[in-house]
Design a protein around this ligand. Structure first.
Ligand SMILES: Nc1nc2c(ncn2[C@@H]2O[C@H](COP(=O)(O)OP(=O)(O)OP(=O)(O)O)[C@@H](O)[C@H]2O)c(=O)[nH]1
Ligand SMILES: [Mg+2]
Ligand SMILES: [Zn+2]
Length: 365
């Protein structure tokens, strides 16, 4: 009798199938012959991952070969496990192909992207009324979500704190294009019914947004009980500290799948050029009408984008945001090509060339 998974399952999950599993994954798994089973990463710890398998939750370490190859499973990944029943152990030996992949530019000195979660169908970009509601930041989130392959939905939370959210919703919808903008209160549960279309068995929804906007409160509201700690129930109430610190996958009673994320302090664009085009499709569509193919929309004659700004069709701030994100992306891809050291060299070269010109000009050493 093999009842390892049941005894190791802290939540007494009685899963029949892996949440989100599909036929394509079944085909991918069939390439592994031997004592292999599949699972889905629910959380990542220092040396092991929590993995959902039929029957419940187990823990597994990553194989040495994967570590050497630099393959790192993330929350939401479907993985192949070596099932060694005789020694009561599971080892992650591979990652099955990812359908979508949420990544951000590395915040360190390298240029590589950091994948933070995988196989997400819908991403709720959560913002809250008040200071957090920042249209420029939403444009940045949209760019990242588009390039992940998942579908974005913008949630404006805490509407219980304002008398009339209509204007906020309108301003947000103006920058969101076709992306749904839904006003809710995770606390009073107002508007939560409008999220039902996105929460389906076998579909994965991830929540992203700044710390304190109410992501975990929303997850708790769907469960009907507090499964995630929120600011209100935090013991160590140290301001500025993030309440959620671990990214984690949860199963809803209806079979829906949620991934709660820690609040994002600062998001950098990864490889998001397609994301920028989709976030700013109003600008990129207009650009078709510019006289010059490579128009930068700054001071060229016959620029359709500048014309739209003058006519008040596109706010100057939105165009500035487009410039800013595009410049950041160019910097990221230069960084990727040259490596950071190369960029620094390039900067240094420019400075020393400047100095030489100065010397040539003044005759001073
Ligand atoms: N008034 C009001 N307060 C809310 C609402 N939703 C969440 N809050 C409060 O906002 C605070 C932060 O909520 P959390 O759910 O912990 O926020 P979070 O986005 O998970 O934060 P991090 O885990 O730090 O990223 C808590 O005190 C919640 O009670 C809401 O709809 N209305
Ligand atoms: Mg949280
Ligand atoms: Zn132009």
């Amino acid at each position: 009798m093999d009842d390892r998974s049941k005894s190791e399952n802290p939540d007494n999950l009685d899963l029949e199938v892996i949440p989100g599993w599909n036929d394509g994954l079944e085909v991918a798994l069939s390439a592994y012959k031997g004592p292999y089973i599949a699972g889905r990463v629910a959380a990542q710890h220092k040396t092991v991952c929590d993995i959902l398998i039929p029957g419940g939750m187990v823990q597994a370490a990553i194989s040495g070969a994967m570590r050497r190859a630099g393959k790192q499973p993330v929350v939401g990944d479907f993985v192949v496990l070596l099932d060694q029943a005789e020694i009561n152990s599971y080892t992650i030996v591979d990652i099955l192909p990812r359908k979508t992949c949420l990544a951000r530019g590395s915040t360190g000195d390298g240029s590589d992207e950091q994948v933070i979660a995988a196989n997400i169908d819908t991403i709720f970009i959560v913002t809250a009324v008040g200071n957090d509601l920042n249209l420029r930041r939403l444009e940045r989130y949209l760019t990242i979500v588009y390039s992940s392959g998942a579908n974005p939905v913008i949630l404006i939370n805490k509407i219980d704190l304002v008398d009339d959210p209509a204007q906020l919703i309108q301003e947000t919808q103006d920058i969101a294009g076709d992306v749904p903008v839904i006003a809710i209160s995770a606390l009073s549960k107002d508007g939560l019914d409008k999220l039902a279309p996105y929460i389906n068995p076998a579909e994965t929804v991830a929540l992203i947004g700044s710390s304190g906007v109410g992501k975990s409160t929303l997850i708790n509201a769907f469960f009907g009980e507090a499964i995630q700690k929120t600011l209100g129930v935090r013991e160590d109430d140290d301001k500025g500290k993030h309440t959620t610190t671990v990214r984690q996958l949860f199963l809803l009673p209806n079979g829906g799948i949620f991934i709660d994320n820690p609040g994002i302090r600062e998001i950098q664009l990864g490889d998001s050029s397609d994301g920028i085009d989709r976030t700013f499709s109003d600008i990129t569509d207009l650009a078709q009408g510019c006289r010059f193919k490579d128009c930068t929309h700054r001071d060229e004659p016959h620029c359709a984008v500048q014309r739209a700004v003058h006519q008040g069709l596109i706010p100057q701030e939105r165009l500035d945001s487009f410039f800013k994100l595009t410049a950041e992306l160019t910097f990221q891809s230069e960084k990727a090509e040259l490596g950071l050291k190369g960029i620094e060299k390039k900067k240094y070269k420019a400075i020393s060339q400047g100095a030489r010109k100065y010397r040539e000009f003044t005759g001073k050493p």
